[in-house]
Ligand binder design. Structure first.
Ligand code: ZN
Length: 90
């Protein structure tokens, strides 16, 4: 563990994750975090990015023709729980 290059890289890595987490609003600025905490934050970031990447599309139910907004993970019709399809832009 005495390799100064490795330690420097590890510190830069930690700061990079931390900076992302601050921007995402997961942690507040000025905290000193340990390795395990940074790993948890990286996991939170993953969820955060996944969430923000979800694009909400206009859907239309194939059964009851109800129109609603949904993302690709939860596209069932809120009216009848039937399967919906992305509505044509026409
Ligand atoms: Zn429906």
């Amino acid at each position: 563990m005495g390799d100064p290059t490795m330690e420097r890289q590890r510190d830069l890595f930690a700061v990079a994750i931390y900076d992302c987490a601050v921007i995402a609003g997961i942690v507040s600025e000025g905290l000193v975090l340990t390795g395990p905490e940074l790993l948890l934050i990286a996991d939170d970031l993953k969820g955060y990015i996944k969430m923000s990447k979800k694009s909400v599309m206009p859907y239309k139910c194939i059964a009851c023709a109800h129109e609603y907004a949904a993302d690709g993970d939860n596209e069932d019709c809120p009216e009848c729980n039937c399967y919906g399809t992305i509505k044509d832009k026409s």
